[in-house]
Write a protein that binds this ligand. Structure first.
Ligand code: SAM
Length: 291
């Protein structure tokens, strides 16, 4: 049986039953069965003919087909061997489609992205979606536009600003190089099997930070350390840091002051501008100076 309409729950369920395919929870196999949400993703990504698009987790191909219909060429990375094997056959093997059976967590991203992509458009698997997105988005050659469907609370973390309860490392890191916007919520009923929670379409537009390589290293080291000790005040927590973050008490006070950060603040209260200012100050103060 072929699936004529990939947004038809009846057809999707019938295909699974006929083929003895049981959607795998661990792989986040909740297939999108809602045409409006599908339209919102493809339109939200601004897909046009000739664009080269990366898709992680094509599943049964509902998004892949929509991207191909808009004239994009698609490289789709799918971990599940049965789904990867089915895709070419189901979508008629167009020249514009390349299916790679692989775990996106194991990709050699710099090599993989060397071909150049205009956009990444994906309905990401729940359990590993944040890891995959961070692995991709922080690469030097990451696409300029990324549109992903993720769990609602994950989307809120990506977009959270300083002071909000959802503020965490993923949002701070993504907002270093992207403006992050929640495009539209997608209810749990728009997927089969129905997940326990709703999802949200998120769009990331690249606006690379001006930090130098050394300052970027400081940014990641500082934020990773501070969010590991997120209940502590930043002044107290950084006083105990070692390695590249080790500074005397006086130096630390001057660095925080110079970056406009109150030592009593906690990690989630610090804005991205504050983190970048602190990373610049650390990057600079950590460098060896000629005598
Ligand atoms: N794109 C399809 C859709 O919208 O209906 C399927 C999306 S489903 C939420 C996630 C897909 O990611 C599944 O097809 C699953 O097999 C695949 N997947 C899960 N983990 C993966 C990984 N580590 N690497 C690549 N694909 C993965």
């Amino acid at each position: 049986m072929t699936i004529d309409n990939l947004t038809s729950p009846t057809q999707v369920k019938s295909w699974c039953i006929e083929n003895g395919f049981h959607p795998n929870r661990t792989l986040g196999q909740n297939f999108l069965i809602d045409r409006n949400a599908l339209e919102a993703i493809v339109t939200g990504a601004g897909i046009e003919a000739g664009m080269r698009v990366l898709e992680i987790g094509p599943g049964l191909g509902v998004l892949t087909q929509a991207l191909l219909e808009r004239g994009a060429s698609v490289v789709a990375v799918e971990k599940d061997a049965r789904l990867a094997g089915r895709l070419h056959q189901a979508l008629g093997s167009p020249a514009a489609l390349q299916v790679l059976e692989a775990d996106a967590l194991d990709l050699d991203w710099p090599e993989f992205l060397a071909g150049g992509y205009d956009a990444c458009v994906s309905n990401l698997p729940y359990s590993v979606g944040t890891r995959i997105l961070l692995d991709l988005a922080l690469q030097a050659d990451a696409p300029a536009v990324t549109v992903v469907l993720v769990q609602r609370e994950v989307a809120e973390r990506f977009a959270a600003l300083a002071g909000g309860s959802a503020r965490g490392l993923a949002g701070v890191w993504l907002q270093l190089d992207y403006s992050v916007r929640m495009v539209r919520h997608v209810g749990a009923a728009c997927f089969w099997p129905r997940p326990e929670v709703g999802s949200t379409i998120v769009r990331l537009d690249q606006c690379r930070s001006a930090l130098t390589a050394v300052e970027r290293e400081s940014f990641f080291a500082l934020t990773r350390y501070a969010f590991t000790h997120r209940r502590k005040q930043i002044g107290g927590s950084l006083r105990k840091a070692g390695g590249r973050l080790a500074r005397s008490e006086e130096q630390l006070a001057a660095l925080l002051n110079g970056a406009g950060i109150d030592p009593k603040m906690r990690a989630e209260q610090i804005s991205n501008e504050g983190w970048q200012a602190l990373a610049r100050a650390y990057g600079d103060s950590g460098r060896k100076r000629p005598c």
